[in-house]
Design a protein around this ligand. Structure first.
Ligand code: PRX
Length: 567
């Protein structure tokens, strides 16, 4: 029997107060995620239980109890407070998946400040745009990423503190930089945790849209209620589980279910901070006896590609429950898992904006391979007709995935962009920007996005952001960025470029441009292919018709091109 019991039973008398009660939270009282994930677990008698088992590059290993994470997050929180940071200040975490990242997350929340996690794989321009937008006051980073921060810090007047978590000599430090080695600092046993309330801001995650700059999705401490209950009922975590969420906390999965969910339940979790290989992943599961594994389709496809033979070299019998998020999970992947691990991957659908799982295949429920499953209890979901925005009753008809607002972990706004936030609502529905169908048993089937955003290996990339960055390259006259199919990542970025006079298309230039974007933005935003063209397809009014290029890449019908500019 799963933690949830029967889905139909749960639907009947559902209220979010089920979670609030289990968490001992009452409306209007103080709720602080940092405290819930560490101090409370110690108070519940689990101080000596392992909270984190970490393995890094080259096999470095560290493990921490809940009391350790309570103490270390207190120590960090106190340090941040002592240098003058206060509630609602934005503090960016720009680190690999090292333990310091996880502890800082809790420490920042404990002083009521807003934590802004960003992928350490981001290049300087991606970092700059997000720090500038959030008017971030402090960044916590590693020596190895310092050069990117140094490159942009003078253009960031609000950035006052650059905190480095590893050793650097006094003489090596530049302005704004401070070294703080958490593990060498005097542990702080007691700190006054900032009394955040339900609506106090907690986490600021950046996500990409089709037009304009990335948007900061603002979450609040009440999100805990949704994250707790979905972790318990969907991921089915139990007290003796060993849990592995493969996501980086630069991404919402890595915070909602890679920090908050497991730790607010007092569950032991493992983190592997090294590059991907089937060998090392299976080894990690075997060695740590992982029981619950939350991953993503791109990783699963890579494992499938590595073949079934390698699996026989490992004892993976500890695995009890598998789940996936971020991209469409092909039915082949579900069936493959059943064959090789004796259980399917359970797909989960949600977004940075929703803060927690919205549609899913529940443990114990019939899994339909290729379907995303059904809405979480308390979530009212529909697919809407694309013109009227009215719910579609007819099974199998494509519409826009929408939710009735009001679940606890829903974003509260886009940072400094209430207008964009308001655009997400029509007729009292929150629009996800995705399309799906619902079958006659109420299962949702993902169709695709309703915009040009590229989902490459689970990372959302805005064509606009890549095009803007491309324009900064001396050779680029104009560009259009679309997706192209890819076996592992589902889709990857492709750039069509017309060159400025005097530049000649060749392989060298293609590589140079690709590298330029990788350094500026990130490896996932980097075009995997550059096609040089004389001119780009445009409407008569001069707008680039990405749709035409997209159709060409995917072998689809081009559709109406009556507005296409002719020579
Ligand atoms: O297009 C959907 C896709 O990822 C988008 C959300 O991305 P992000 O905000 O980065 O959050 C990802 C992790 C929660 C969605 O709008 N997506 C997410 N889950 C699925 C999915 N597409 C298909 N199937 C899924 N299970």
């Amino acid at each position: 029997m799963s933690n949830m019991g029967s889905y139909d039973e749960r639907l009947k008398n559902f209220t979010w107060s089920i979670a609030a009660e289990e968490l001992g939270y009452k409306d209007g009282e103080v709720v602080n995620i940092g405290w819930y994930c560490s101090d409370r677990i110690c108070d519940l008698g689990k101080a000596e239980k392992t909270a984190l088992y970490y393995e890094g590059f080259g096999g470095a290993q560290r493990s921490y109890t809940f009391n350790d994470i309570r103490l270390i997050s207190n120590t960090i929180g106190t340090f941040l407070r002592n240098i003058g940071l206060v509630n609602e200040d934005r503090v960016c975490l720009f680190m690999d998946r090292i333990p310091e990242l996880y502890f800082s997350f809790l420490g920042v929340l404990k002083i009521g400040a807003i934590v802004q996690p960003l992928f350490s794989a981001f290049g300087d321009e991606s970092l700059f745009i997000r720090l500038e937008n959030a008017q971030t006051r402090a960044i916590i980073t590693q020596k190895k990423h310092l050069s990117k921060v140094r490159k942009i810090k003078d253009r960031l007047p609000y950035l006052e503190f650059i905190i480095i978590v590893d050793q650097l000599k006094e003489t090596e430090l530049e302005g704004k930089e401070i070294v703080f080695r958490f593990e060498n600092a005097e542990p702080v046993d007691k700190m006054a945790i900032y009394p955040t309330k339900a609506e106090s801001p907690s986490v600021l995650h950046y996500t990409s849209g089709t037009t304009g700059q990335p948007k900061g999705v603002k979450h609040v401490h009440l999100s805990l209620v949704s994250q707790y209950l979905t972790t318990k009922w969907v991921l089915d975590l139990r007290d003796d589980d060993i849990y592995w969420c493969t996501a980086d906390p630069g991404w919402v999965t890595g915070t909602s279910y890679g920090i908050i969910g497991p730790w607010c339940m007092g569950i032991t979790q493992c983190v592997l901070d090294s590059g991907f290989s089937a060998q090392s992943w299976y080894q990690f599961i075997e060695k740590n006896k992982i029981t619950v594994w939350y991953s993503a389709p791109t990783a699963i496809r890579s494992l499938m590609k590595a073949g079934d033979e390698i699996i026989r070299n490992f004892n993976l019998s500890s695995l009890r429950h598998l789940a996936s998020v971020g991209e469409p999970l092909n039915s082949e992947a579900v069936i493959w898992a059943e064959k090789n691990f004796g259980k399917p991957f359970h797909d989960t659908f949600w977004q940075t904006e929703t803060g927690s799982i919205m549609i899913t295949n529940f443990p114990g429920m019939k899994v339909k391979p290729g379907s995303m499953g059904k809405p979480f209890p308390g979530i009212i979901a529909a697919v809407l007709e694309q013109k009227t925005f009215e719910p579609i009753d007819e099974p199998g008809k494509i519409g826009l995935i929408a939710f009735r607002p009001g679940w606890p972990s829903m974003m509260r706004t886009y940072w400094n962009n209430q207008e964009k936030y308001n655009e997400k609502f029509v007729n009292g529905w929150y629009l996800t920007g995705d399309k799906a169908t619902i079958d006659n048993e109420g299962y949702f089937w993902f169709i695709g996005r309703d915009d040009d955003v590229i989902n490459t290996g689970g990372h959302l990339v805005s064509p606009f952001e890549v095009e803007s960055a491309l324009l900064e390259h001396a050779a680029v006259g104009e560009s259009a960025v679309v997706s192209k199919p890819d076996e592992i990542n589902m889709e990857v970025v492709k750039a069509f470029i017309s060159l400025k006079p005097g530049y000649v298309p060749n392989k060298e230039l293609e590589l140079e441009i690709m590298n330029f974007i990788r350094k500026k933005l990130s490896s996932f935003a980097m075009p995997q292919e550059v096609e040089f063209v004389e001119k780009l397809p445009k409407t008569r009014s001069g707008k680039i018709m990405r749709r035409v290029l997209h159709a060409q890449e995917w072998g689809e019908e081009i559709g109406d091109i009556s507005t296409l500019e002719n020579d």
